[in-house]
Design a protein around this ligand. Structure first.
Ligand SMILES: Cc1cc2nc3c(=O)[nH]c(=O)nc-3n(C[C@H](O)[C@H](O)[C@H](O)COP(=O)(O)O)c2cc1C
Length: 140
């Protein structure tokens, strides 16, 4: 069992048909691969948390790396896990999340775009804390 978190640049608009197709596929395939997680979108970036069997993660990564709906995928952290942190998380996604990483981390207004800035440099602990908060907060 492992967890990972990656960052990528979104190539599909929020609330588009192409974006919706991501969640539909994800729900079904993650169940088959034994993966759970959460997908966050902010400032044109996707930040996705995934956990489950290593083979499932590797298989999904292969698909993700050739998916045109995002680009410049970068795995920020990947590490072993004794048991799932968030067992009930069936790849939820919120179009209007309750908070943003920039606001939560106090780095709003940072001159670097998010992709090269605060999220990319955040520690695993910070990203996990943020993901848990944004996933569990009701949408705006
Ligand atoms: C930002 C983003 C997140 C995605 N998350 C998942 C996911 O959690 N699970 C999943 O099965 N597919 C996810 N997908 C879709 C996969 O890239 C891929 O299209 C799908 O798994 C089908 O795999 P295949 O094209 O190799 O058949 C995601 C795509 C994008 C762009």
């Amino acid at each position: 069992m492992e967890w990972l978190i990656y960052l990528s640049k979104a190539a599909v608009s929020p609330a588009s048909q192409d974006a919706a197709s991501i969640y539909l596929t994800a729900r079904k395939r993650n169940e088959a691969l034994g993966l759970t997680g959460y997908l966050h979108r902010e400032q044109g970036c996707f930040l996705q948390y995934l956990e489950g069997p290593s083979e499932g993660l590797d298989q999904l990564l292969l698909s993700l790396r050739r998916d045109w709906r995002h680009s410049d995928m970068r795995v920020l952290h990947r590490a072993p896990l004794q048991q799932r942190r968030f067992p009930g998380w069936n790849m939820e996604f919120t179009e209007t999340p309750a908070t943003s990483y920039a606001i939560w981390s106090g780095t709003e207004g940072n001159s670097e775009p998010l992709f090269n800035g605060p999220i990319a440099q955040a520690s695993a602990e910070d990203l996990l804390a943020f993901i848990e908060i944004v996933r569990n907060a009701p949408p705006e």
